[in-house]
Write a protein that binds this ligand. Structure first.
Ligand code: NAP
Length: 612
């Protein structure tokens, strides 16, 4: 079987396919959404009305004295990437490791996102890291948030990463001290920590996105973002009825991966739920199930890396013997990214086949809406009209059904919400009176530059900040080190010259192995300072630029989303692209990093051994 086929899309998916008509429909739907200001967001760190949205509702804030000391490594961010880096550094014999995080504990995105129904769309056996090392088997094929958080806490415990950590602490400035050959880290709690090695693991989902809807500060009821769920108000828990919402009308803004997961529990508990939908997501089959004991027993040592590789190979369109994960990502996402090409076909024919395949997959999603949503008016609102490749897909087995409830109203607002008054949102001149607004409006993800996601000034040699250096785009070696910022490692992520993976964990695993391996070797050699050579950085950056494929013609026909820079793919900067074409050459990238470590020659780095 070719796993790139689209089995559930239906063999008759393209029957009656009229490319001109479909293109025209997709463009008309795009235009409804391509309105001025759609991508405007608030800067929550400095927002007069909404900066409190960032507060931690989960762990009480405890006063403490400022810490002034020197450690070996500071890691900013205690999510998956930071914890894995910490674990590998421990294995490399590093003793003084200090994680600093704004959260009240480890877990990163899984610390913050505790909204009802929170679950990971990537299969748990490939997404949850270090399963073999910890001897843990996820309870379900797709894990709920609390299981992932618990597992990440177990990793932190195993590698002793909590005792030295500073939680509820934000780094305000990191500055390279040339004389001491150290980074000097200052925080909003008055700490001043020196460290030889500095690791940025801030993630891509760390900044909540809140739109600028006129009047939103006038709303008189309760409001919050999905990434800071207010259980004090709603009552209940991620899997318990939200008893505080009995008798209340709730507005949910946003129907992306977060928003749709909240709908079934909100519909169950609220008197009425208004779902404000700008763009319908494509909702594929979830197919969650408990982990079968025989599956767990069948796994041989090394299985997790092999399974991640199998998933990634399919995502890259490589031939594999078996599709181990076998879900919507491997059937649909992989198929539209890499439509199979028959020998002898021209590029035009190939593109046409890809378009037809995409159409058949989207038709299958639209048919699924018809099958699951009884009211044809609601069903029409929920049908996505754009190419599958245009927007991150979602997967759920209860969302569409929940929309059938008589207490759920779908509010179609392709141009966004007009305004918000003290009573609630207004769309098409109609006032929706609600007690509570939940913003499921997402995060500043891939396209927000690292130096903004990091949230603090990173000052390198000669007083130059990373923001200044990267003003015209990223400049790195391996997407992880940048000249002028000695002893700094950035965990690989989209938008910074590494690669993009659907399974983010796999990239974090590699980044962590690289950071642990590199620092371990540098220490053994007595190296106190490294910097990237100008030549190595230029060469890596040039590779990234050279492999950039300008797909702006196709992507500008897409509904606006973060994948196409909110409708302006022509403004994407090739320097912020990937190693390799498209989403990047994952296997080539890993080989480069692994070979570099094995060679042990630190090629591309300038080294200083000051005391030796
Ligand atoms: P998202 O995908 O960015 O969705 C945000 C939603 O808010 C979209 O429906 C968006 O509409 C809507 N929106 C934004 N501004 C609006 C406005 N002014 N008026 C009306 N609607 C507005 O965010 P997310 O759902 O939090 O997901 C973000 C990422 O987190 C995902 O791509 C995924 O990587 C990750 N995630 C994963 C999972 C999972 O695995 N299950 C769960 C949650 C999050 P448009 O579509 O029109 O922009």
């Amino acid at each position: 079987m070719d796993p790139r086929r689209a089995p559930t899309a239906g063999a008759d998916g393209a029957a009656g396919y009229d490319p001109e008509a479909v293109r025209a429909k997709y463009l008309a739907e795009r235009d409804k959404r391509l309105v001025p200001g759609r991508a405007e967001i608030r800067d929550l760190r400095a927002d007069e009305h909404f900066s409190h949205y960032r507060d931690d509702p989960f762990t009480p804030f405890v006063e403490r004295d400022p810490v002034t000391d020197v450690v070996d490594v500071v890691i900013v961010g205690g999510g998956i990437a930071g914890l894995l880096a910490g674990a590998r550094l421990r294995e490399a014999g590093i003793e003084r490791i200090r994680i600093i995080d704004l959260a009240g504990g480890v877990g990163g995105t899984w610390y913050w996102n505790r909204y009802p129904g929170v679950m990971c769309d990537v299969e748990s056996y490939t997404y949850m890291p270090m399963l073999e090392e910890l001897g843990y088997m996820p309870t379900r094929r797709y894990a709920f948030g609390e299981e992932i958080l618990g597992h990440l806490e177990a990793i932190a415990d195993k590698f002793d990463l909590v005792a030295g950590a500073l939680f509820h602490t934000g780094v305000t400035r990191a500055e390279w001290d040339e004389e001491a050959a150290r980074w000097r880290i200052r925080t909003d709690r008055g700490d001043e920590v020196g460290c030889r090695w500095y690791v940025l693991a801030v993630g891509i989902l760390n900044l909540m996105k809140l739109p600028t809807i006129p009047g939103m500060e006038e709303f008189a009821g309760r409001s919050f973002h999905t990434a800071r769920w207010d259980y004090e108000y709603t009552g209940g828990g991620p899997h318990e009825p939200l008893t505080g919402l009995a008798g209340k009308a709730v507005a949910l803004i946003g129907t992306g991966a977060s928003g749709i997961q909240c709908v079934p529990p909100l519909a169950e508990s609220a008197r009425h739920l208004y779902v404000f939908q700008r763009t319908p997501s494509a909702i594929g089959v979830r197919g969650n199930r408990p982990t079968a004991p025989e599956f767990a027993r069948s796994l041989e040592p090394g299985w997790q890396r092999a399974r991640m590789d199998n998933f990634q190979a399919i995502m890259m369109g490589r031939p594999v013997e078996v599709d181990l994960v076998d879900d919507g990502w491997t059937h649909h996402f992989a198929a539209v990214q890499h439509p199979p090409r028959q020998p002898g076909t021209t590029m035009a024919e190939y593109l046409r086949t890809g378009e037809e395949l995409d159409y058949s997959i989207m038709e299958a999603h639209r048919r699924r809406v018809n099958e699951l949503v009884a009211d044809p008016v609601k069903a029409d609102i929920l049908k996505p009209y754009y190419r599958y490749v245009c927007k991150r897909p979602c997967f759920h087995d209860e969302y569409l059904q929940a929309c059938n409830s008589t207490n759920v109203t779908l509010v179609d607002c392709p141009g966004g919400i007009e305004r918000i008054t003290e009573h609630g949102p207004v769309v098409g001149g109609e006032q929706f009176e609600v007690d509570c607004i939940v913003y499921g409006t997402g995060f500043e993800a891939e396209l927000t530059p690292l130096f903004r996601r990091a949230g603090h000034e990173i000052v390198g040699r000669g007083g130059v900040t990373l923001g200044q250096k990267w003003a015209d785009g990223a400049a790195t070696l391996f997407g992880m080190m940048s000249r002028g910022f000695p002893n700094l490692f950035v965990m690989p992520a989209p938008g910074q010259q590494a690669v993009v993976t659907v399974n983010y964990t796999q990239l974090a695993v590699l980044g962590a192995e690289f950071v642990g391996g590199a620092i371990g070797q540098l220490r053994l050699r007595g190296v106190e300072v490294f910097d990237v050579s100008a030549k190595a950085e230029e060469s890596w950056t040039q590779k990234v630029v050279d492999s950039y494929v300008d797909s702006s013609t196709m992507m500008s026909a897409c509904t606006p989303s973060r994948i196409n820079n909110e409708g302006h793919p022509e403004l994407l900067n090739p320097r912020n692209g990937n190693y390799g074409r498209g989403l990047g050459d994952w296997f080539g990238y890993r080989e480069r990093l692994e070979q570099w470590l094995v060679a042990g020659g630190f090629e591309g780095l300038e080294l200083e051994v000051r005391s030796g």
